[in-house]
Structures are given as C-alpha cells and as structure tokens.
Design a protein around this ligand. Sequence first.
Ligand SMILES: [Zn+2]
Length: 353
Amino acid sequence: MSKKNLIIGDQAIAPGETKDIALKVSETYAGTAVNLPVRVIRSKKKGPIVFLTGAVHGDELNGAGIVREIMFNAPSLNNGTLICIPVVNIFGFENHTRYLPDRRDLNRCFPGDTSGSLAFRLARVLYDEIISKSDYGIDLHTASVHKTNFPHLRIDTKVSGLKELALAFGCEIILNKKAPLNSLRGIASQNGCPTLLYEAGEVYKFEPGAIKLGVRGVLNVLSKLDMITLKRIKPAYQTIVKKTTWLRSEVGGLIHFHVHPGDIIKKGSKVASCERLFSRETDTIISPYDGIILGLTTLPAAKPGEPICHLAVPQKPISEIKTETEAQPKTLHRKIQDDLSTNINIRKSKKRT
Ligand SMILES: [Zn+2]
C-alpha cells in the first residue's frame, strides 16, 4: 500500500524520520520564495500515508488548531506516514481571508495547473507533492463567514472505503454529498486517495470543542487504519444524511433563535423569530421537517431570502436518535453546542436536546 521512498519537494524522508519541509509554492513581488510548511512523520514500518490539511480556506482556523494538536500530542505511529499541513492557503491566512490574492477559491482549483493562476499553481504543488503520494486524506474546514457549523463530516459514500473511515472518525452527522467540482476532497477521492472533509465551527477562531472533536476524529481514523494504538471513542449516535435544507427569513428584521447548533428538533418546532426594528411584531420560522440543526447564521439581522438555518434531515427517525442520545453522556457534545452558541443570538426556555 505504502510508497517505499517518500520524496516531497526535493527532500527524501527516510522510514522512522520526522522532517519539516518548506515546499516552494510561489514568490513574493520582491522575488523571495513563498513556502508551504509541511511536517512529515514517518514510522519505521511501512503502512498507509495520510495527509491532514487545515485552512484551505485561509480564514478557517479550527483545522490549523487540529493539525497542530495532532503534531504535538498524537501517540507515535506504529506504521505508516502522517503528513501535516496546518495551513494550506498561506496567502489567505496572512490576510485573514478565505480566498487567494487572485480572488480564487483554492478549493475549486484542484488538481491545479503548473501554468495557471496563483491558485491553480498552489493546488498543483499540493496535488503533485502531497495528495498523489497519499493513500488517505482528512481536510479540515469551518463554515464560511457569518455562519457556524455543528461538527459533521462530508463524504461521497460512493467512494470506496470512505464510509467506514467516516464512521470511525466519530461525528454524529455524516453528510453524504457529492464533492464540489475541482474541490480537494473530490479530486483526491477520485484519484485513489479517499478524503474526508470535517466541517466545524466558524471562521477566525480556535474553538476548543470543535478542535477537540476534530483531534479525536483524526486519532480515531488513524486507529482504524492501525497506524496508532488507541481505543476509538464513539458518539452517542451516528446518522448518514442525504438531505439538508436552508431555512430562510421571510421578512427583514432582527433574528433570535430558539435552537442551538446540534439540537434535534421536530417538524413544526420554532427555529427562529424575526422582530421588526421598531416593534415586537414577530415573524416565526418553523421547521418543515424533523431534523438536526447543522448550521446557523451568526448575524442577528436578516432580510427576505437570507439563509439563517441549515437543517439536516436524517433518514433515521429522530425518535430513534433521541433515544440513542439519552442513553449516553454527551459532555463534549454539550461543550461544543455551548462554544458554538456564544456568538449566536439565542433565546431558549425549553429543555435542551
Ligand atoms: Zn472551507
């Protein structure tokens, strides 16, 4: 399975060696090299090569936090190789933005092009030097600006081996969704490197719960691949979700929510209320389905048509999911809900789910 002589850039990494590599991806206007920092950790024994990527969108920092935790605190490898890239989009990271300076979304530019734009060239280096040499990948993201995501995985279950890895990762919700065109996970998965995508939290932050669950997930996957020795931790429930829907505001005004990210709700439940600026007149947004709150807007204002809540509609009955959650303690689940709720306008009186 594994490649014997691993060479990344112009560096050979011997079995048993850990090496930091500065992978040249571009140059500044002053002509100095712009390098992508990569850490390669190799066991003496051959085994799978797994890459971890954070901040493909330069403002999505939880992934960088997860990769750093893994680099510093993961148990040593029994076999195989771990390639750690905390920040892929180093240009966006410098400027606190999702995009590259050429205004491209790096995650729509794979597998890249050596004679293309800045984004395509960066994508090509990542593809040639990392993705094409790996057996599996985990790409770590957050919601885009002004939104937050309850932690979940995105995979295409048609890709061989991905469902098993996703279940091992240990998120409650696995979204079965075809990857966007030219995305990292799509191109990697189509080319022999099944890749999971983790979505958790919001931009510009290190969110402790989302990072903790991400670290746990990466370790669970490495354990599933027999690369480390670790008892895998399972969540209270797991559900593969095909259908999601965005609930939108019908009026212009100020939003407050009646739910937290990750709440399990029944059809007909109140999700949010929108009040007029000069009155308490309220428009209420009701859930059209039994579902799980996957994402919420962090903005307290909305106008007609603006998305305010991303709802996952599981195939499994929610009564079954509720029974499963009640059977197990949900300390980390609750911590994550509390973390993610800090920047959302929530007014909730009824019992938390
Ligand atoms: Zn992203």
